[in-house]
Each structure stands twice: as C-alpha cells, then as structure tokens.
Design a protein around this ligand. Structure first.
Ligand SMILES: [Fe+2]
Length: 282
C-alpha cells in the first residue's frame, strides 16, 4: 500500500488531455513516475511545465513509456545522443542543427512502420513569441461523436500506409534498401487502446488508401474523416513555454503544428519517441 498522494492534474480540454502539476520530472520518485504513466494512459496527451531535463534525463524519462525509437532523418539527430531529434531553425557554426519544417499536416508518428509510435515527447528549449503552436486532436472523442452505423463501418477498414510513397511525396530519396526495410503496412482504422480498451479513429500519416475501397472514394472518405476529426471541438492547441514537456499518445491522437516567423524568432525543441505495439483492431 502506498501513502503517496495522487498527482494533482487539470484537464487540458473538457474530455481530453491533462496537465500534471507540481512534479519535477528530473527528481521524480518511481511512484510518481508510475502515476504519470497512469495519467498518460487515459488522457491522450499530457503536459508538464517548468521542466529542465538534460539529454540523458530526457532519454531516461522517455524510456519509462517503452523502447525509444530511432529517428528516420539522421541529419538532424543530436550528434551525441542520436535517439534525440532536434527541431529547430538555428544554424550553429554554419550547420542547421535541426529540422526547421517539422510539420507535414495532421498525422500520427511512425504510422508507416509495422510498429507505429506509442508516444511522442517534445521538450521546449527555445520558443517563438508567437506561432509554432502544437495541435493535438482527440481521436477517441472523434470516434465517439460518429454515428453508430459509421463506427461499425469503419471498424472493418484498414489504412494502406506506404513509407516509400510518403518519402516520394516529400521529395526525399528512396533507396532499394529502404523499400525492403519498410514495406507497405495495413493498419486498422479504428484502434483499441491496449491499457483501457477505448477506441480511436486512427488516420495514420498520409495513407494512400483504404483496403477494399477503390480510390478516389477511399481518399475522399479519408479527407472527410480528417476534416471531421480535427474540428476545434476535438483539438487541444498548445502554446509553448520554455520548459514544457508535452507527450501525446500516437495511438489515439493526430498532431500538427502552426507556422512561425523564422526570420524573427528561434525555436529549439528536443523530440523523442517510443515504439508502440502492432496496432490492435477495435
Ligand atoms: Fe509528428
């Protein structure tokens, strides 16, 4: 039996997300860490403000959620700690230290992999005075809001995700080794959370279609669902402060970012991600 008091939290949205208050992650006890994971597992996205994790601490904290994933763009990983990805417009000694345009519209991380991301962690080190908000959409809320008939229909569908096609669409090179290592995958469009069983509409990352639904109907349905699920009522908009750590559950959310004036402001974020399970169908 534990004598520790429960964590103090407040919702980020009426039915989505939680800010965890009064926790110093760098010095948190194992019991506090366990409680943070519990809040994460039922919230979709969690926020911890005023944190100062150095790189080893950031990796250690990320690893409490599971196995750290490798980054797909090696040119922007931290030179010393390659599991940490740098998102920044800063140039140091003539080198762009990070990816400045780390936004490709609404998506879930590593969706083209056999094991998409479980969660993504972003820590803010420098933030612009305006812009560069992160938006996180509650795909459980979106699923609950669909008519029952539509819910049952979608539970039969699988998304066709293609890493190779996604690279091509972004003008990035594709090698034969990449095609072999990252074959197309077919993930359920409605996912079940492994911890509490709740269901989420899941739209991955730029799927190229729906199995069994010919295009353009498949892509039209995906566009329609994306527009529905990313309405303001399902979306948490995070305005960054230095020291913020935001962690979203990639199994139950989509995310995107707003632009900022890169000629006027600098942004520096550290990102880590955790590998998830092969997605569970609802
Ligand atoms: Fe992302």
């Amino acid at each position: 039996m534990t004598t520790q008091t429960p964590l103090r939290t407040r919702p980020l949205m009426p039915e989505f997300g939680a800010e965890i208050l009064d926790v110093d992650v760098a010095n948190a006890s194992p019991e506090t860490v366990r409680q943070i994971i519990d809040v994460f597992n039922t919230s979709g996205v969690i926020l911890l403000r005023n944190q100062r994790l150095d790189k080893p601490q950031l990796m250690a904290f990320t690893s409490v959620f599971g196995e750290l994933g490798d980054n797909t763009r090696e040119e922007y990983v931290d030179p010393e700690f390659p599991k940490i990805y740098v998102i920044s417009n800063k140039v140091v000694n003539g080198r762009a230290i990070g990816q400045h345009d780390a936004n490709h519209g609404w998506h879930s991380d590593l969706a083209t992999a056999q094991r998409p991301a479980l969660c993504t962690l972003l820590q803010a080190l420098e933030v612009p005075d305006e812009g560069s908000d992160t938006l996180v959409a509650d795909m459980c809320g979106a699923f609950r809001a669909l008519p029952a008939e539509r819910q049952s229909e979608l539970m039969n569908y699988r998304l066709h995700q293609s890493f190779v096609e996604m690279r091509r669409s972004r003008g990035l090179p594709v090698t034969p080794e990449m095609s072999e290592a990252m074959p197309d995958v077919f993930h359920p469009m409605v996912r079940r959370h492994p911890v509490d069983g709740r269901k989420a509409l899941w739209l991955g990352s730029l799927p190229i279609g729906i199995v069994g639904v010919p295009n353009p109907q498949g892509l039209d349905l995906l566009d329609e669902l994306l527009e529905f699920a990313t309405q303001e009522r399902f979306t948490y908009r995070h305005k960054w402060q230095v020291g913020d750590i935001l962690i979203w559950d990639d199994r139950m959310t989509l995310h995107t970012a707003t632009p900022y004036d890169m000629t006027k402001y600098t942004r520096l974020m550290h990102r880590t991600w955790v590998l998830g399970e092969v997605p569970l169908a609802a």
